[in-house]
Design a protein around this ligand. Structure first.
Ligand SMILES: C[S@@+](CC[C@H](N)C(=O)[O-])C[C@H]1O[C@@H](n2cnc3c(N)ncnc32)[C@H](O)[C@@H]1O
Length: 252
């Protein structure tokens, strides 16, 4: 049984999320998210950034320290987007999702509360890893795992679905960076993007990737965009063929 109790019950007998969508995405989801947003932050540091979030996100983000809350509007997935991304990624309870650059785990936490699928987040910033792990523990989300490390040291084998919220953008727009704790450069953007594209290119046909915002430079040419939501900001990509000559869908 996973962390999303209501969703877990619904998914237990289902082979396709769409078949049980009305059950999962109405009552069960509300119960889980309302439980998650009851908890106050862990720390209370100041950070010089202006928040601009929906009421739903302001409430959810209260599980985080104030410094992390203030970064949310720019750097963490909105709750409504996380819900739709989960629907696009999880096709069965055994789906294994990797969030590339998971930050404090907002996508993983929302998604894990919704389904019995397993969510792994990899994150290079150790303080965000600690915050994400504490939140998962506190809310008894046993289907979430947070790994500390650089994505370039991590193999994508074993995952059949991937979530990317513009993970490498701050290398290109450093005025919008999260903090100064990691090196940032255009060369690193290229290196990380190339690595992810190569890993995704090696996954089997049928692999699903959801990108949120950005230009989806990490998506190889062997993937097609099958669906777009939120005015095109949220895209579902599915690997449809092998042997693409170029791993890049477009020149970066
Ligand atoms: C835009 S945030 C998205 C956070 C989370 N996925 C979400 O949707 O809420 C991107 C995150 O990717 C992390 N990141 C960037 N490059 C990384 C790398 N090479 N390895 C691991 N994490 C990385 C950043 O530290 C940041 O927390």
């Amino acid at each position: 049984m996973g962390g999303g109790t209501g969703a877990a019950l619904a998914l237990g007998d289902a082979t396709s999320l769409s078949r049980i969508a009305p059950i999962v995405w109405s009552g069960s989801f509300r119960i889980e998210v309302n439980e998650l947003i009851q908890y106050p932050g862990l720390l209370d540091d100041e950070f010089d950034e202006e928040p601009c979030a929906s009421i739903e996100d302001e409430r959810f983000d209260q599980i985080y320290p104030s410094k992390v809350q203030k970064l949310s509007w720019r750097h963490w997935t909105p709750v409504t987007v996380a819900v739709e991304a989960t629907k696009l990624l999880v096709t069965e309870p055994r789906t294994r999702v990797l969030d590339v650059g998971c930050g404090p785990g907002k996508f993983c936490l929302v998604a894990a509360a919704l389904t019995d699928a397993r969510f792994t987040g990899i994150e290079q910033r150790s303080d965000l890893v600690t915050i994400a792990r504490r939140a998962a523990l506190k809310h008894r989300l046993t289907n979430v795992e947070i790994i500390h490390g650089n994505v370039t040291d991590f193999a994508f084998a074993g995952y059949n679905a991937f979530y990317l919220f513009n993970p490498f953008e701050e290398n290109m727009f450093q005025r919008q960076k999260i903090d100064s704790s990691v090196p940032l450069s255009e060369a690193l953007f290229q290196k990380y993007t190339h690595y992810v594209a190569a890993q995704l290119g090696n996954r089997p046909i049928g692999t699903r990737v959801v990108t949120y915002a950005g230009t989806a430079d990490e998506i190889p040419a062997c993937y097609d965009c099958e669906q777009a939501l939120f005015g095109g900001d949220l895209k579902l990509w599915i690997k449809t063929r092998d042997g693409a000559r170029s791993i890049y869908r477009r020149t970066t």
